[in-house]
Design a protein around this ligand. Structure first.
Ligand code: MSP
Length: 662
């Protein structure tokens, strides 16, 4: 219909609920989010689906181990997955759980269609089964290990419903030929084509050995095989049997890891063809993020968690690293060292520095208003040309999912602007009319380049580019800019710059890594018992602020004397990068100087605290808050419904430092 936006439907895999998200899962979701933002800026109506894959033996076992019913176990895990994506700013438009009723209906409907069309029959099957991958290992003998995960297989015999996958060898090969971009990247395509050419065996799609699954109607105790169940989630999320009403199916893009490409490019289109439903347009398989050259897993103890990185460096930094460091489609190594190095060089010294120095110079010379440019010199035109070329290249690369190349192009514009400023030296110019005119041209040119870069980088760096957009005082929102109309020269002159905000404060590499690791350690081994599915609190308050507690039972004096409280004096106070609510204090408690973190940063200016006398709990076991050691606790009243901390103190008397509170 004229005037209607074209649609784009993309998905991430739905994640298993027998673990919590690590950086590998975050990678797919981050890329999906960046594509979603990019497509919206290109004028599409976009839906992005992610969710949780909640059935199967693994969940049965995990729930048993946790001593709770499966439904309770998966509900908690699903909440934790969803909450993390929301917290990281990569929420799903549709979050589908395989225990959702809309999904159960869709799976049963798909099966019915396949059966009605003659592609399902009953038979017996005995084989080696890998319970970890939820798959029969056709080539394995009893005693063999699973070739994918290396763990032992189990011999399983059961009556199954078979799906006639063998009937789809030719239709699939024809389909791949007619749709040459269905499987990406190319190398994966060749791999799949030779697999299908090698012959397809029928596939058992129901189980009687598993209890925790979607029942096959009228055939209980049969439940659906997890992959028949899981893949269908993509369709359930956008209407299931009523998919036509929603208008999103077929999917335009399934983003998957290389380990699950066969399920997506062989089984899934075959199921849909059997049901005579539209087949997705593209499956894109990315590589893995490896730790020390091996795949991350909790059992190996080498998982990298997303939250500590986001807390320390910001989510944009993590997004940038994931999409810049590795060629999409290939494996790459994850290292904190490389992450922090890129953060400091590309973000703090690159984009952050260009934005802050440009704004500072416009502030100083033009009262914070974007100047009208004067006559241009060849070097100004050269930078404009570079930026125009970068627009073309960055968009072209992004369109092909060459994210690293796209970012490389954008950062080449930043480097060109840095070089331009270094050679033009606007800071060294006088206030004479000629110099002011020249300065206006230089700063306009730099600000315009910054605007272009901000728009181009927005899908990858959504938060910080929003800040730069506000800083440049540009109208509307950066996400509202249409990429197709982006050209050099559209900077609004005369615009008043917004408030300067810290974009990417430089960090000390060793300290940053230590803190990320400490936070990860806290999350993996919480000191306070927490349910595995409970998301970590948004910020730890250092004990200063707490909600009013109900009246507790009475304690004896001997209990009270266990708490050693003394008068301390604050010597230094500073904010902590990556922990908005905490201040790092050093406090003289008479016998020594202690480092203590306090959750008061939103209510107390650090400078005003120096010299202040406070009550300190000195015999509290040291712990790390947001990765920073805290040795003691500052006492504060918790006021109002938000628990605003008000420091306890000694305003009327000159009390001695170290005096005990009794
Ligand atoms: N539940 C299935 C998918 C069903 S989709 C209909 C599943 N779940 S998973 O949680 O094990 O993995 C989900 C995705 O995360 C996979 O695409 C997998 O490749 C990806 N990753 C898991 N570890 C990874 C890395 N270390 N690096 C990059 N991606 C990795 O499979």
């Amino acid at each position: 219909m004229p005037g209607e936006k074209p649609k784009f439907y993309l998905t991430t895999p739905i994640y298993y609920t027998n673990g919590l998200p690590h950086i590998g899962h975050t990678y797919t979701t981050v890329v999906a989010d960046a594509i979603r933002r990019y497509k919206r800026m290109r004028g599409y109506e976009v839906v992005m689906t992610t969710g949780t894959d909640e059935h199967g033996v693994n969940v049965e076992r995990a729930a048993q181990k946790a001593g709770v019913p499966e439904s309770e176990y998966v509900a908690k895990m699903a909440v934790a997955w969803k909450a993390l994506w929301d917290e990281l700013g990569i929420p799903a438009d549709e979050f589908i759980r395989t225990t959702d009723i809309r999904h159960v209906r869709t799976v049963q409907w798909l099966f019915k269609l396949c059966k009605e069309n003659g592609y399902v029959y009953k038979g017996n099957y005995t084989g080696q089964y890998c319970i970890y991958d939820n798959a029969f290992v056709t080539e394995a003998k009893p005693g063999d290990n699973c070739p994918d995960c290396g763990r032992p297989t189990e011999t399983v015999t059961e009556e199954n419903h078979y799906f006639k996958l063998s009937a789809f060898q030719k239709p699939l090969l024809d389909f791949y030929q007619k749709n040459p971009t269905f499987i990406q990247p190319e190398t994966r395509k060749n791999e799949i084509i030779s697999f299908v050419e090698g012959g397809l065996k029928d596939l058992s799609i129901t189980r009687t050995t598993v209890r925790w699954g979607i029942p096959v109607p009228g055939e209980e105790p049969h439940v659906f095989y997890v992959w028949f169940d899981a893949l269908t989630a993509y369709l359930s999320a956008v209407g299931g049997p009523e998919y036509e009403k929603r208008g999103m199916w077929p999917a335009d893009l399934h983003l998957v890891g290389k380990d699950i490409i066969r399920f997506h490019t062989v089984y899934w289109p075959a199921f849909l063809m059997a049901a005579m439903l539209p087949v997705p347009k593209q499956v894109w398989a990315h590589g893995w993020f490896l730790m020390d050259a091996s795949k991350m897993s909790k059992s190996k103890g080498n998982v990298v968690l997303p939250r500590p990185i986001a807390n320390m460096l910001g989510m944009d930094a993590m997004r940038y690293f994931l999409m810049r460091e590795v060629v999409f489609g290939q494996d790459g190594n994850f290292s904190y060292d490389a992450l922090v190095t890129r953060y400091n060089s590309d973000l703090a010294n690159g984009l952050g520095n260009l934005a802050s120095r440009t704004a500072a110079m416009i502030e100083k010379s033009f009262g914070g208003k974007i100047p009208k440019p004067g006559p241009r010199l060849p070097q100004d035109d050269a930078l404009a040309k570079t930026a125009s070329e970068v627009i073309g290249e960055a968009l072209d690369r992004f369109e092909k999912f060459e994210f690293a190349r796209s970012l490389e192009a954008i950062w080449s514009a930043i480097a060109a602007a840095d070089k331009y400023l270094t050679s033009e030296q606007p800071w060294a110019m006088s206030d004479s009319e000629a110099d002011m005119q020249r300065k206006a041209t230089i700063l306009w040119t730099t600000a315009e380049l910054l605007r272009v870069v901000t728009v181009l980088a927005h899908p990858v760096l959504p938060d910080s580019t929003k800040k730069v957009w506000t800083l440049l005082g540009q109208p509307g929102t950066v996400s509202g800019v249409e990429l197709d109309g982006l050209r050099w020269g559209q900077l609004t002159t005369g615009a008043q710059l917004g408030k300067a905000q810290s974009l990417f404060p430089r960090v000390d590499k060793t300290e940053a890594i230590e803190r990320i690791e400490a936070m990860a350690n806290e999350e993996l081994n919480p000191t306070q018992p927490a349910a595995p599915a409970t998301p970590a609190p948004a910020a730890v308050t250092g004990g200063a602020a707490a909600a009013p507690a109900p009246a507790a039972e009475k304690i004896g004096i001997e209990d009270f004397t266990k708490v050693e409280m003394r008068v301390g004096q604050i010597k230094t106070a500073e904010r902590i990068v990556g922990a908005d609510k905490l201040l790092k204090l050093t406090v003289d408690i008479g016998t020594e100087i202690r480092q203590i973190c306090a959750g008061i940063a939103q209510f107390y200016e650090p400078e005003k605290l120096i010299g202040r006398k406070v009550a300190v709990v000195v015999n509290l076991a040291p712990r790390k808050l947001r990765g920073v050691e805290s040795n003691g606790m500052i006492v504060a009243a918790s006021v109002g419904p938000e628990g605003r901390p008000v420091l306890a103190g000694f305003p009327d008397e000159d009390v001695e430092i170290g005096a005990r509170l009794k």
